[in-house]
Design a protein around this ligand. Structure first.
Ligand SMILES: Cc1cc2nc3c(=O)[nH]c(=O)nc-3n(C[C@H](O)[C@H](O)[C@H](O)COP(=O)(O)OP(=O)(O)OC[C@H]3O[C@@H](n4cnc5c(N)ncnc54)[C@H](O)[C@@H]3O)c2cc1C
Length: 466
């Protein structure tokens, strides 16, 4: 089958418009800039003793600390963050807080068919409980339960819509783009301001009595009798239990080193839309928006009516090594800007103010994996694969259940008990991941048709997604 150009390529704007639109953008995370100066938490400088030590100040670690205190206010909890709270994925994501715990229904049903219905109910209950926590803990994260609009931008994607399918006119009545051929609304998504969520959780944790320390990198954990010794560059914490919530960063447990790979995801934010620009695209319902391509885009409005536009390129860095230089990639940001102007030609002349990227902790099952070590004293989770805003809250409950040692409905799930396959070591990982990305791009250019390599991966449950 011949390759053809995608809708974004067919409608590509004049390259000069792309250059102009990006000319004033700064390589900086809009959400973190928007917050400005955040409260600082002192580094750990003296040896201390606690009941629970949490390593990592992203959503997973913060939720673990908060939920631990909510379960047992008398429990002593220390949280150690290598840099600053929420600086990594948790402060720079799209802010789509979805109910799904399984990276979508298709992935969930194909891997855990017998327990999917329960997982779906737990996901919706988690989203409701999240909303209650936002209110009760005063998280001030601009929570908007808008739902999500998935759109088909190619004829072949229309067949992938299910549920109450909207035709082109009905879709464009919600968000107006000449590229939209049809769509589907799902209710179980809220939007948040990611950085305000992380900082709100840190404040709530501190108010509940959690000792939060920034600039405190954990270098090693080891067991000493019935106590865990958690060493930072400056001091050591002795504790009964440890939660490892280090995201995409090198795992402190050797056994987890090959369980995730980093994949960079790119994002742009526009200046605030004028009243006229907003009227030109509609979007009165402010839904989270995503297209159905393998290499998909996601978009949303901010509180002050900027458009955040991200996704598409998903770049595996050479050797799987993280480095800030991967966050400013001119070709990826230009491609995103071009696709944005193809989607919303009504907004010609608009400027992007911010461009950035973040590393996603990709696992071979596209959803988090869980486990314990050191005789049940240490619990870990990682591998949220770009869908962790909602799922990390649920995962934190799983980790606390595992440390409590009492079986629960959550810890009985096969999704929690079974470990996915690791990635192969380098250089095989690079070769495999890059071949997969190439094949997915090709499928998007061949009416969705997957090549033999992807079909083999699909059969083995090893396809690749961002
Ligand atoms: C660009 C982008 C867009 C995304 N969009 C969405 C979205 O719209 N919806 C969605 O659901 N998900 C999205 N995600 C994914 C989501 O952001 C993550 O799944 C989630 O933030 C993961 O939280 P975390 O706590 O596991 O990891 P992180 O936020 O990465 O936190 C881990 C923390 O651990 C710290 N740490 C690591 N090692 C150590 C150590 N040795 N000692 C002390 N501290 C350590 C790090 O400094 C870091 O702060 C996106 C991700 C990216 C990058």
């Amino acid at each position: 089958m011949a390759t053809h150009r995608t809708a974004y390529e067919r409608q590509a704007p004049d390259p000069r418009l792309v250059t102009d639109a990006l000319a004033d953008s700064v390589p900086s995370v809009y959400w973190l800039d928007d917050v400005g100066a955040a409260p600082a938490y002192d580094p750990l400088t003296a040896r201390t003793r606690t009941d629970l030590t949490v390593v990592g100040g992203g959503y997973l670690g913060l939720w673990a600390a908060v939920r631990a205190k909510r379960r047992d206010p008398g429990r002593r909890v220390v949280l150690l963050e290598a840099q600053t709270v929420g600086w990594a994925a948790s402060g720079r994501n799209g802010g789509f807080c979805e109910a799904s715990l399984t990276h979508g229904e298709d992935n969930g049903r194909s891997r855990w068919p017998e327990e999917y219905d329960v997982l779906e109910q737990m996901g919706v209950a988690n989203l409701d409980a999240f909303e209650a926590d936002v209110r009760d803990l005063d998280l001030a994260c601009e929570w908007e339960r808008t739902g999500q609009l998935s759109v088909a931008v190619e004829e072949h994607q229309l067949a992938w819509l299910d549920g109450d399918v909207l035709d082109a006119a009905a879709t464009r009545a919600l968000v107006d783009s000449p590229l939209f051929l049809g769509g589907e609304l799902s209710p179980d998504t809220a939007l948040v301001h990611p950085a305000r969520l992380a900082l709100g959780l840190a404040r709530a944790a501190a108010e509940l009595g959690v000792e939060v320390h920034e600039h405190s990198t954990v270098t090693a954990i080891r067991r000493d009798g019935s106590t865990m010794e958690v060493a930072t560059d400056r001091a050591t914490v002795s504790s009964d239990h440890v939660v490892l919530a280090t995201g995409v960063f090198p795992a402190l447990l050797r056994r987890n080193r090959l369980m995730t790979v980093p994949v960079y995801d790119y994002v742009l934010v526009t200046e605030p839309l004028t009243v006229e620009q907003r009227a030109a695209i509609g979007w009165a319902g402010r839904q989270g928006l995503g297209d159905l391509a393998n290499q998909f885009h996601y978009a949303r409005l901010t509180a002050d009516d900027r458009v955040l536009w991200g996704g598409y390129d998903a770049v595996y860095p050479a050797g799987g090594r993280l480095h800030p230089r991967h966050e400013d990639r001119p070709e990826s940001h230009a491609r995103l800007a071009s696709h944005f102007l193809a989607t919303f030609p009504q907004l010609e002349g608009i400027r992007f103010t911010h461009r950035w990227a973040g590393a996603i902790d990709t696992s071979t099952q596209f959803a988090a994996f869980y486990g314990t070590s050191h005789g049940g004293r240490v619990a870990h989770a990682a591998g949220f694969t770009g869908l962790g805003v909602g799922a990390t809250r649920w995962a934190a409950e799983v980790l606390l259940d595992l440390l409590a040692g009492q079986p629960t409905e959550r810890t009985g799930l096969r999704m929690v008990r079974e470990r996915p396959l690791p990635f192969p070591p380098e250089p095989l990982a690079s070769a495999g991941i890059n071949l997969t990305r190439w094949s997915l791009d090709r499928a998007d250019h061949r009416a969705g048709r997957r090549n033999a390599y992807l079909r083999v991966l699909d059969r083995a449950g090893l396809g690749f997604d961002s």
